[in-house]
Design a protein around this ligand. Structure first.
Ligand code: ATP
Ligand code: MG
Length: 397
């Protein structure tokens, strides 16, 4: 017997006690069978939306997906999505079904799902319902479409990215017929909203199998990021898979051979959040920053970029194969441990102190920068008396 979270058990029990079928389905069944902790537990049922509303009338519910048959039931502040068994109507835009049709058989509901490993359901009464060989494919570590791959990708092109994402995250292979359909239909990805593609790309890039997937699908990557046609793909992929598995670092390495303007164009088209976009661009632009293994060089870099970006620049450098990152990191750790001041805002004197010495206008900023340069070369301690002395000498000169 599976151990479900209390909320999922509550939802299943309520529906079953009201005389309906109810299963957990999709990703949570896949992850449980893989021995991984599911992120969320989705329930499917033959109860219609209006019947679900009645059954959960005394619960806090959210009705945002009701036209598509989904009601979110809050259980102790945790959301559980309950969806009426459904199949999708015709697709005319490679992304959204024109309508959904409610059905009565869980197997029909499973048939609309994208991959066999995602097309399983479980209930305490029935155990695993696996109509398309999902368990076998989990054992074979295989991503395979439910039904005819060309038709399924033709209905919803986002499934192309989902296939690559699941293969990367779980380290699975892609079944030959599914693989062939991905290559054949890749161009329909241009119909999918950038935000949706980016979410899948982010997970793909951070998966353990990212390198294998990127190597096998340069054509798909070029549909979503046409500028990548210009780069040397094998060395790009090698660098990306060498990098720690964060979106910012992997994306930086994916784009590192592009001119900054082209990298920016790719980033803008992918529509990540502004922080991610700006950070990746900073890292691409400064990837060849001339670090040296001296305290002064690392302190100067810290003053220009801050600690987080310096660490990321070193990670980028390492992913590209540089052999000096360990000594550079050691010096970085050393100056940080020593608490050396590397920014104007942490200096023991400020603009007002300099104005008290008679500095005015531009001279204030210039003098602060002069003091910072003395701190970066460690000619002075970050102490008020020493800094004021140096400031006075500078202003009098
Ligand atoms: P994750 O662990 O990332 O949440 P998931 O498999 O749960 O993965 P969801 O996007 O949460 O993915 O979708 C839940 C389920 O709905 C999937 O397992 C699959 O059965 C079905 N599904 C989701 N998106 C699609 C799609 N585009 N086409 C067909 N079925 C889909
Ligand atoms: Mg999910």
């Amino acid at each position: 017997m599976w151990k479900l979270p209390e909320g999922a058990e509550f939802v299943l029990r309520r529906l079953q006690e009201a005389g309906y079928q109810a299963y957990v389905a999709g990703g949570c069944v896949r992850d449980t069978l893989l021995g991984k902790m599911p992120k969320d537990w989705d329930v499917c049922t033959n109860a219609l939306p209006c019947e679900m509303q009645r059954i959960f009338a005394d619960c806090h519910v959210i009705e945002t997906g009701l036209q598509h048959g989904t009601l979110t039931v809050m259980y102790h502040h945790e959301p559980f999505e309950v969806t009426t068994f459904r199949v999708d109507g015709e697709y005319t835009d490679h992304r959204h079904p024109d309508e959904v049709v409610f059905v009565t058989d869980v197997r029909e509901d499973l048939s609309r799902r994208d991959f066999t490993v995602n097309a399983m359901a479980w209930s305490p009464k029935t155990g695993v319902v696996d109509a398309f060989g999902g368990q076998e494919d989990l054992e074979k570590r295989l991503i395979r479409c439910v039904g005819e791959p060309e038709k399924r990708f033709g209905e919803d092109a986002l499934r192309i990215m989902r296939a690559l994402r699941f293969a990367s995250v779980y380290g699975f292979a892609i079944d030959p017929a599914t693989d062939a359909a991905i290559h054949a239909l890749k161009d329909t990805l241009t119909d999918v909203a950038a935000e949706r593609i980016r979410v899948e790309l982010q997970k793909l890039l951070c998966g353990d199998g990212a390198g294998d997937i990127l190597r096998a699908y340069p054509d798909v990557m070029q549909v979503i990021m046409p500028k990548l046609a210009k780069v040397d793909w094998p060395s790009t992929v090698a660098a990306a898979e060498n990098a720690p598995a964060t979106e910012i670092l992997r994306l930086t390495l994916l784009l590192h051979q592009l001119e900054p303007a082209d990298a920016k164009a790719v980033l803008v088209s992918l529509k990540p959040d502004n922080f991610t976009r700006d950070r990746v661009l900073t890292l691409v632009t400064n990837q060849d920053y001339p670090f040296q293994t001296t305290r002064h060089s690392l302190l100067t870099a810290l003053s220009l970029f801050g600690e987080e970006v310096v660490r990321q620049l070193l990670a980028v450098r390492k992913a590209k194969g540089a052999s000096d990152v360990e000594p550079l990191s050691a010096v970085l750790d050393e100056v940080l441990a020593d608490g050396v001041c590397y920014s104007v805002k942490d200096m023991a004197v400020n603009g007002r102190d300099l104005m008290a010495l008679g500095a005015r206008g531009k001279a204030v900023g210039e003098c602060l920068n002069h003091l910072l340069s003395l701190l970066l070369s460690e000619e002075l301690p970050n102490e008020c008396v020493a800094l004021l002395g140096a400031a006075k000498a500078h202003l009098d000169a």
